[in-house]
Ligand binder design. Structure first.
Ligand SMILES: [Zn+2]
Length: 76
């Protein structure tokens, strides 16, 4: 047995969270003819893990606590 060989690859648990934003062309600035883009948060959040687990886009108030998420998908 080769004890110096690398071990197996694994997709370890690493949670990340993203906030969804919406963008629209703002009102016309008649002096310059420009429309600045306006951005705002939609209130939807998505939690994803490097292992493949994801909550999908859900309202922020419905995102489970970190401890609960970890328990739900087998993380440590
Ligand atoms: Zn995970």
């Amino acid at each position: 047995m080769d004890d110096t060989a690398p071990g197996p690859w694994a997709t370890e648990h690493r949670l990340t969270i993203r906030a969804q934003t919406a963008t629209r062309p703002g009102p016309l600035d008649e002096a310059t003819g420009a429309r600045w883009a306006e951005h705002r948060k939609t209130g939807l959040l998505l939690v994803a893990c490097n292992c493949g687990f994801t909550t999908g886009w859900v309202p922020g108030a419905e995102v489970p606590a970190l401890a609960e998420l970890t328990e739900q998908h087998g993380g440590t």
